[in-house]
Write a protein that binds this ligand. Structure first.
Ligand code: C5P
Length: 292
């Protein structure tokens, strides 16, 4: 009994934000099966809550029963990775309060895993630098390293080369996701059959433009995602008709990010629709957000 009390006393509650891609350019395919990309990533106010405590066995529970809570979940992969890298030998109990839609291109699973790495480091005396955690995190997913930036970053390679950027002013953002999700490997595999979109863009020029507020909004994975889920073509048209200035797929979808203010509320039955704000963290603190 005293052991249990000890475990819960040191429980951490952490916000785990979603991300959106303002632009996403695929610059080539690689021999390891991945693709090189160049993308502006931004963390947003939509997010999950993670409750983390040391325990006598690894245990993951979640409010969303459709989420696998076995070793395939990136959260438990992150716990294992932390143990392997640091020699930490405790077990961990995690409760995930899920709000970020799944199979959406919003980076929910990657964010959860990055949050767990941060949390375990904090729970065990913060012995490892953010840079170290970021470097390790690439072993479990291409999107994880981004979450160790301060929330705004230009990412290249397969996503793991992260260049931190200062905060950017964005137009109002609304995330819209239909019930159907998309699988990232399926969208990338469809992309291979379509081929690269030729774009004459230079990284440094695109970063400078973004910092000056001259944002590009595009996603080279859109044609592949729209072939995988043709309803997205009609949904995007409908959203543009309600008055949003730009509507683009985030990541490999199926969520769309709408920029600007619509004239009328986009009525789409059974859809996830939420206004979001960009969210940045300060150095040495994890992301915080009062959830609505
Ligand atoms: O790295 P992660 O496990 O999130 O990637 C999932 C899948 O997405 C990969 O197996 C690959 O098919 C595809 N992918 C890609 N190029 C990237 C990132 C992901 O082809 N830069």
């Amino acid at each position: 009994m005293p052991k249990l009390i000890f475990f819960w006393v040191i429980m951490l509650t952490l916000f785990s934000p979603a991300k959106v891609n303002l632009f996403l350019r695929i610059t080539g395919s690689r021999s390891d099966g991945y693709h090189n990309l160049a993308s502006l990533f931004q963390t947003i106010s939509l997010g999950d809550l993670l409750y983390l405590a040391l325990s006598d066995k690894d245990e993951l529970t979640c409010n969303d029963l459709s989420i696998p809570t076995d070793a395939s979940n990136l959260i438990l992969k992150a716990v294992d990775l932390f143990r392997r890298k640091t020699g930490f030998c405790c077990n961990v109990k995690v409760y995930l309060d899920k709000k970020i839609p799944l199979q959406a291109g919003l980076g929910g699973g990657s964010s959860n895993a990055a949050t767990v790495l941060w949390g375990l480091n904090a729970l065990t005396g913060a012995q490892f630098s953010t840079k170290k955690l970021q470097e390790w995190s690439a072993e479990i997913g291409s999107d994880l390293p981004f979450f160790f930036s301060e929330g705004t970053a230009f990412c290249t390679g397969r996503g793991e080369i992260v260049q931190n950027l200062p905060k950017i002013n964005y137009p109002p953002m609304t995330v819209v996701k239909p019930k159907m999700g998309l699988s990232t490997p399926a969208v990338f595999s469809r992309f291979r059959t379509i081929g690269l979109i030729k774009r004459k863009m230079r990284d440094d020029e695109e970063i400078q433009n973004a910092l000056l507020g001259k944002l590009s909004f595009y996603n080279d994975l859109e044609p592949a995602a729209f072939q995988e889920l043709p309803d997205l073509v009609y949904i995007k048209e409908k959203l543009l008709k309600t008055g949003f200035q730009e509507v683009i797929l985030t990541g490999s979808g199926s969520a769309l990010v709408c920029f600007g203010e619509p004239h009328t509320h986009p009525f789409l039955e059974d859809f996830f629709i939420e206004k979001v704000e960009p969210l940045n963290r300060s150095a040495n603190c994890w992301y915080t957000c009062v959830r609505k």
